[in-house]
Design a protein. Structure first.
Length: 297
């Protein structure tokens, strides 16, 4: 019943396709009414909850589908291909995107660990720690409903928004994506902090040795832990982040040379070669054929 209530509230606030900011910082509602194939994107730390339809994210060749049974928690920046291949006017994609505030998530994680003690990390690496799918449990569903209900009253949003958002974060940390989130925001989050630094310095040269030094690890240990967390080697991850970042800029109207420079490429020809090798098209061809409606990625 709670999911239907959330869907009804989104219908009321967003009757047409698009994406809208709520009065709570970092919380957006979205509706996509047309199919969009998976295209390069960079997922920033966020939770995405779908109440109608389904979204797809492909990370290092592995396909992840999330819908009204599974929500997505991305606890660190990740280069993916994402889209809404099944969306249509009769079956639109409806959902909520909640950005994860690193300060609040870290405070909550450390507070939980101080009470219960550090949680042992699972041995399995079936899902990368930076990207997890989790079932809608009662705590998450109720917290999301209470958050979305604030949209009916601007005063409620202003006064209660931060508290309801914190409640939603707590539900995530306790739920099926909790191990992934705690690994990024709790004690021992060196890999997540390195990825955060890389994301903020995409246009600067950064070697494996530089990243290992930032994490305080040897090159070999850093390489192993990084691949466990992302499924990719550090160099492969950095290249994917730069190319996906550039692809998004090009889709947004930036010219190819500027996008290449913004992503840290000194040579436009090298950028074009690597772009075509990864996506099968030149940057110019890709930009001419790609149009992204709001909320599609």
């Amino acid at each position: 019943m709670s999911k239907e209530q959330i869907r009804h509230l989104i219908d009321q606030q967003l009757p047409g396709a698009g994406i809208v900011e709520t009065g709570v910082k970092g919380v957006q509602l979205f509706r996509v009414s047309e199919p969009v194939p998976c295209v390069p994107a960079v997922y920033e730390p966020a939770v995405v909850a779908i109440v109608s339809g389904a979204k797809e994210a492909i990370l290092d060749g592995k396909r992840h589908v999330y819908d009204s049974d599974l929500y997505l928690c991305c606890s660190t920046s990740m280069p993916v291909q994402a889209g809404t291949p099944t969306a249509s006017p009769d079956n639109p994609l409806l959902g909520v995107l909640i950005s994860l505030d690193a300060r609040v998530m870290t405070e909550l994680t450390l507070e939980m660990e101080s009470v219960a003690g550090p949680t042992r990390q699972p041995d399995s690496n079936a899902m990368p720690s930076g990207l997890a799918l989790a079932p809608w449990d009662a705590g998450f569903t109720d917290a999301l409903l209470r958050l979305v209900q604030l949209g009916a009253d601007k005063t409620d949003e202003a006064v209660l928004g931060a508290g309801r958002l914190r409640e939603l974060y707590y539900a995530v940390l306790k739920g099926g994506a909790g191990a992934s989130a705690r690994r990024s925001f709790g004690v021992g989050n060196e890999i997540a902090r390195t990825i955060q630094f890389l994301s903020a310095h995409l246009n600067e040269p950064l070697t494996i040795d530089d990243m290992a030094a930032l994490a305080g690890m040897s090159r070999a240990v850093f390489h192993r832990k990084f691949k466990q967390a992302t499924t990719m080697s550090p160099i492969q991850f950095a290249k994917s982040m730069r190319l996906n970042h550039a692809a998004m800029k090009i889709a947004g109207g930036m010219n190819v040379s500027e996008a290449a420079w913004d992503a840290g490429y000194v040579s436009s020809s090298q950028f074009s070669r690597e772009f075509k090798r990864m996506y099968g098209q030149s940057p110019k061809q890709w930009s001419q054929e790609t149009q992204l409606p709001a909320g599609a990625t």
